[in-house]
Design a protein around this ligand. Structure first.
Ligand SMILES: CC(C)(COP(=O)(O)OP(=O)(O)OC[C@H]1O[C@@H](n2cnc3c(N)ncnc32)[C@H](O)[C@@H]1OP(=O)(O)O)[C@@H](O)C(=O)NCCC(=O)NCCS
Length: 182
């Protein structure tokens, strides 16, 4: 079952980051990383060709209330997102009475390799377990996405299974599913 999530007025903090709801003024920062080749594709979406595309997605983030903007304290720039998504699969019969969610994340390419996403995801995991009633979380990546696999490992998830999953653009891709329990 999906745990319920509502990020209205939620603000989390880590050493380097503020995690908060998306707002209209984040549009330029969002488009800056969403238009770059090789970023969105790894998460299952195409680079944004115009800022209007980013505006449409930003509106979905704002109304959905389940996606954090990742803001860097040192310059106040929004450099990524962490979504507490609905489950794309239930790992097994024993999970059917449990509450879960699925995490997804993307980071501006200029900031890769500094441990920023593990720092953000660990905080979101804590939030899901302590504030959203989650019993477990899942997270998936493609077998070729070693960068995301490292984030998953650093955050304590364990490999569960390999499965074909449908992406937001309708295409299908093999995914390595991982779970983390409260
Ligand atoms: C996955 C992602 C969020 C990782 O964020 P991050 O903050 O860079 O994570 P880390 O700093 O912990 O780096 C993770 C791994 O990326 C690799 N890496 C580091 N710098 C890199 C760079 N400049 N370019 C490519 N890979 C790099 C390293 O293997 C690193 O693992 P290590 O710490 O064991 O060396 C980021 O790469 C990204 O946004 N990728 C595109 C979107 C995506 O894949 N989302 C997940 C979909 S499942």
């Amino acid at each position: 079952m999906n745990a319920s999530v509502d990020l209205s007025d939620v603000r989390l903090e880590t050493d380097r980051l503020i995690l908060r709801e998306w707002q209209e003024t984040d549009l330029e920062d969002f488009y800056e990383y969403a238009r770059v080749d090789g970023v969105g594709q790894m998460a299952g979406w195409q680079p944004h060709d115009t800022i209007e595309t980013s505006k449409i997605v930003l509106d979905i983030f704002m109304s959905g209330k389940k996606t954090f903007a990742v803001q860097l304290k040192e310059n106040n720039k929004v450099i990524g997102s962490v979504g507490i998504e609905e489950l794309s699969m239930v790992p097994g019969a024993e999970y059917e009475s449990l509450y879960g969610r699925e995490l997804g994340y993307v980071l501006n390419k200029d900031y890769w390799g500094k441990g920023i996403m593990p720092e953000a995801v660990k905080k979101v995991i804590e939030y899901c377990f302590e504030n959203c009633g989650c019993d477990y979380l899942i997270c998936s990546c493609s077998p070729a996405n070693s960068q995301s696999k490292r984030v998953i490992e650093k955050c304590g998830f364990e490999f569960l299974t390999e499965k074909v999953r449908k992406l937001s653009d309708g295409t299908e891709r093999t995914a390595l599913y991982h779970t983390l329990h409260k």
